[in-house]
Ligand binder design. Structure first.
Ligand code: ZN
Length: 260
């Protein structure tokens, strides 16, 4: 659901759920009001990096696109890392940052670790939230856009290979740095997207209620969430493989069109 405000809505929900996991790891907070306030604050703090210029969708904004036109990153094949849903949407970057954050937090005293989690962990959570939502929402792209429509400066002609944004790509987000996209492929603006956003919002509301009641999530809930996420990735991979013949046909057609 790139470029849509729904990213922020789902991020607030993801942040609220994450706060429940945090309550299990931190010293107990007695007051229900304080717990709800922290849960809501954590949710809101994830929003800035979940959508817009400071999110993986930075690749849809002017300065990124300007540099994409100048840098011939398409020579690296598959549309190049600077294409939309390219390197900025790769899970490897936040995974590396998360690992670094984990390593730092295990070495720091509790107060400093919590401070670091607030400063770096919450923006990182917003980033993850964006990738998670894009794993569900965003169909495969078969190319075929008119070059001049996107590129009045004529930079298209200077490109040595296919334009970054016109290279067919699979649904979702890249499994590898900027290629091998996997995702459930639900269309942006579809009923599926609204069901997803509504379900996420309900889960977020439940998390706020859980914070009020002082619910502590069971220890198995984190591995269970991991297994559920892995299942979505497997389904997304199957969906991506199913769309492969159509993408191969489209790629050949684009090559023919550019050669003509
Ligand atoms: Zn996106």
């Amino acid at each position: 659901m790139c470029g849509r405000v729904e990213h922020r809505v789902t991020a607030v929900s993801h942040g609220a759920v994450a706060s429940l996991f945090a309550y299990a790891a931190l010293p107990p907070i007695g007051s229900p009001v304080a717990r709800v306030a922290i849960t809501v604050a954590v949710g809101l703090a994830t929003a800035p990096t979940s959508g817009g210029k400071c999110s993986p969708d930075a690749d849809q904004f002017g300065s990124w696109k300007k540099w994409d036109r100048r840098i011939p990153d398409e020579l690296l094949l598959c549309g190049g890392p600077m294409r939309h849903r390219g390197i900025s949407h790769w899970w490897g970057l936040p995974a590396a940052a998360t690992w670094g954050l984990h390593e730092a937090c295990t070495r720091l005293p509790l107060l400093l670790a919590v401070l670091l989690l607030i400063v770096a962990g919450l923006p990182l959570l917003g980033w993850w939230s964006h990738l998670w939502s894009d794993l569900w929402i965003g169909g495969q792209y078969l190319g075929g856009k008119r070059p001049e429509a996107d590129d009045p400066a004529g930079a298209w002609d200077r490109k040595s290979t296919m334009d970054a944004d016109d290279h067919p790509r699979g649904p979702g987000i890249p499994l590898f740095p900027w290629w091998g996209h996997v995702g459930l492929g639900w269309r942006v603006g579809s009923v599926g997207e609204w069901v997803y956003v509504l379900a996420t919002t309900i889960v977020g509301g439940a998390a706020v209620y859980g914070a009020w009641r002082g619910v502590i999530l069971p220890t198995w809930s984190l591995p269970a969430a991991g297994i559920a996420a892995a299942a979505v990735v497997v389904l997304g991979t199957v969906n991506s493989i199913q769309g492969l013949p159509a993408r191969t046909r489209a790629r050949r057609a684009t090559r023919r069109r550019l050669a003509a």
